[in-house]
Design a protein around this ligand. Structure first.
Ligand code: PLP
Length: 400
């Protein structure tokens, strides 16, 4: 018999009653160190007092009005995002996949209104993830996500990650945009080198097409800059944001230049909840905290600590791990044994990590994780890795 909750997830046998900073606590009182942060969502930890206060204050005043009316917190958050980024304008959604829907619509409408209606195609990359809506799965294109859900939304081309020749050859007079995650998240923490991101920007400019960046997972301070593309010194035309921007409250956004958004006038897009007062009250507080240069410097410092300890972990367990990769507090440990086994051993050691593509274990802790918790995570992961080695004597022999 089907479960009352549609069985689309394979869930770990864990459930939590409450959270405190980088810790999740079960009903029994058992505490787990959360190095996944809801897959890069709880950017400021669990039950962050600043965010609780922002939400409670708004909850006592007004929950929802609809976008028929002006929403002051939405305007404040949009102003902050515009002031702190390349963008001239922002549309708020509830999730990353909704941001993908609008990014695709916006790019097509831009060219439609510019008298180039044939430019509808979006070039995306293998291993990418852009959400589970019709546009999201068509954009990512993997068989795992699309099989059985056809007919798929047309107008996407998929290229191997990092294949420059294929990219140059793929752009033609039907191309509207290139869509890419500056650091692939679900695909296994695969960063796009800064030079390549610069190259993509140049290519888009050369062909008069749009660069859409999906910073749903890697944005909002995760890499130690407010947005990951800042490392490369280039800016997109359109950017998708979600996850960390709400710190755990459902919120997403599409940021765009005035030129890219030129087709999106009244009536072209909408959302009942998108940018609702509760979400934006929390989003404003998150943005205030995360965009502070001192906060971002701390993220970079903590990232250095985590990187160093993870390099040590990998060196200490060559039978379990191959390498560390990623940027900031978005690291991936490429595994030699099934990454799921290491994640499961982590449950036993009471440390939570997230499996990703390419047999990678993802580390996406809260951006304000205390140094002591980072050290504790390294110890617990060391225990988990030792348990996996003991269970996989074959892997140990192979690595030596
Ligand atoms: N884009 C990226 C890069 C993501 O990592 C995700 C979610 O993991 C999404 C889009 C979809 O976001 P959501 O799950 O909020 O719809």
């Amino acid at each position: 018999m089907i479960s009352s909750v549609l069985p689309t997830y394979s869930r770990a046998p864990l459930s939590f009653l409450r959270g405190e900073g980088s810790w999740l606590i079960e009903e029994s009182g058992a505490r787990y160190l959360d190095m996944g942060a809801g897959i890069a969502v709880n950017s400021l930890g669990h039950a962050n007092p600043d965010l609780v206060a922002a939400l409670s204050e708004q909850a006592g005043a007004l929950w929802h009005t609809s976008n028929l009316y002006r929403i002051p917190a939405q305007e404040r958050l949009a102003n902050m995002l515009v002031a702190g980024t390349f963008a001239d304008t922002v549309f708020f959604t509830n999730s990353g996949t909704e941001a993908c829907e609008l990014a695709v619509k916006m790019a097509r409408k831009h060219f439609h209104d510019a008298g180039q209606p044939e430019r509808v195609e979006i070039i995306a990359f293998e291993g990418s993830f852009h959400g589970r809506s019709a546009a999201g799965i068509a954009a990512a294109g993997s068989e795992k996500m699309t099989k059985g859900f056809g007919p798929l939304l047309p107008g996407f081309r998929h290229l191997p990650f990092g294949d420059h020749d294929a990219l140059h050859a793929a752009i033609d007079d039907k191309t509207a945009a290139i869509l890419i995650e500056p650091v692939q998240g679900e695909g296994g923490i695969r960063p796009v080198p800064d030079q390549c991101l610069k190259g993509l920007r140049d290519l888009c400019d050369e062909h008069g097409i749009l660069l859409i960046l999906d910073e749903v997972q890697c944005g909002m301070g995760r890499t130690g800059r407010l947005f990951a593309h800042e490392w490369a010194g280039v800016a997109p035309d359109i950017m998708m944001v979600a996850k960390g921007i709400g710190g755990g409250f459902p919120l997403g956004a599409v940021l765009a230049t005035e030129a890219a958004a030129s087709g999106m006038g009244p009536g072209t897009h909408g959302s009942t909840y998108g940018g609702n007062p509760l979400a934006c009250a929390v989003g404003c507080r998150v943005m205030q905290i995360v965009s502070d240069p001192d906060f971002l410097a701390e993220v970079r410092r903590k990232a250095g600590l985590l990187r160093q300890s993870m390099e040590g972990l990998v060196a200490g367990h060559p039978d379990v791990f191959e390498t560390v990769r990623g940027s900031g507090l978005m690291l991936g440990l490429k595994c030699r044994v099934p990454a799921a086994d290491v994640v499961a051993a982590g449950y036993d050691a009471h440390v939570l990590t997230v499996p990703g593509g390419d047999n990678v274990l993802r580390l996406l802790p809260p951006l304000n994780i205390p140094d002591a918790d980072l050290a504790e995570a390294a110890e617990r992961l060391d225990r988990a890795a030792s348990a996996v080695s003991a269970d996989n004597p074959g892997a140990a022999a192979q690595a030596s």
